[in-house]
Design a protein around this ligand. Structure first.
Ligand code: MF3
Ligand code: CO
Length: 261
């Protein structure tokens, strides 16, 4: 069942996304070689709680932490811990959701740690472009497959693969609502998008092969070939002519300045 949101509900979702975006600004300030993924988790979690939100990943299907933090070959659902110390040249994805005033937000960002290689930089740039190409299609009258096609086309033209095991989703009063938003597909396929649909669009793009392994912790998904993966995610509302982006990377941008990808 797809729930179309009223304008009032969309504004509540924007507020939830703003707190999440600001938490990522705090994370951006802290990212440096020597910092653990647990520390990043705690910074974001504390910020969200201080602003009246609840980190909605915590306890979701028994997920043990507030945020998912995935390093280098980890694609998604990396579990933060004290052992994982960031190194110069790593890429690190922080992914999480906030529940505020009854509505969830969802956004993810892959950060560089210090100076990264040109090849990793190209992966980050391309993955973010894939996200915005997908968002461009999230307009009234287009179809779900138009989003997937746009993401896949851009990724594959750059020589990368789309991760197919994980998908975007509707979002609202539930963290995961219908429909599933695939990052691959055919133009003109799938349901017609309607004004008021709220979607979390989240391409996960792989530098190497498409095979995925789930670690023994039952969550962490990594590439089988251990080549890097990147993941950017924004929640959007489908509108006439132009998608309304509800999440924000603005607070990250403020902190990263010239380094913002
Ligand atoms: N942002 C992730 C998503 O898009 C959140 C997963 S929460 C977890 O679904 F608990 F499943 F890790
Ligand atoms: Co999501």
């Amino acid at each position: 069942m797809i729930y179309l949101k009223t304008d009032e509900e969309v504004e509540l979702m924007r507020e939830s996304n703003r707190i999440l975006g600001m938490a990522y600004g705090e994370v951006a300030k802290a990212i440096a070689p020597g910092v653990t993924t647990q520390q990043l988790n705690d910074i974001a979690e504390q910020f969200v709680r201080d602003h009246g939100g609840v980190p909605s990943c915590l306890g979701f299907e028994n997920y043990p932490k507030a945020f998912c933090i995935s390093v280098n070959e980890q694609i998604v659902h990396g579990i933060p811990d004290d052992k994982t110390v960031l190194q110069e040249g790593d890429i690190v994805t922080v992914d999480g959701c906030v529940l505020l005033n009854g509505f969830h937000s969802d956004s993810a960002y892959t950060f560089p740690v210090g100076e990264i290689s040109e090849e990793k930089m190209r992966l980050l740039r391309t993955t973010k472009e894939c996200l915005y190409k997908g968002i461009e299609q999230a307009v009234t009258g287009h179809r779900l497959g138009d989003i997937g096609f746009a993401v896949q086309d851009h990724a594959e033209k750059a020589g990368y693969q789309v991760c197919r095991e994980f998908v975007g989703h509707g979002i609202g009063r539930d963290m995961h609502e219908d429909p599933e938003v695939m990052n691959y597909g055919k133009r003109g396929n799938g349901i017609v998008l309607k004004s008021g649909m709220t979607l979390a669009i989240e391409p996960m793009i792989l530098m190497g092969r498409r095979n995925v392994i789930i670690e023994d912790d039952g969550w962490t998904a990594r590439t089988a070939d251990r080549k890097p993966a990147a993941h950017y995610e924004l929640s959007v509302c489908v509108r006439n002519g132009k998608a309304d982006i509800l999440s924000t990377f603005d607070y990250i941008k403020e902190v990263m300045g010239d380094q913002f990808i």
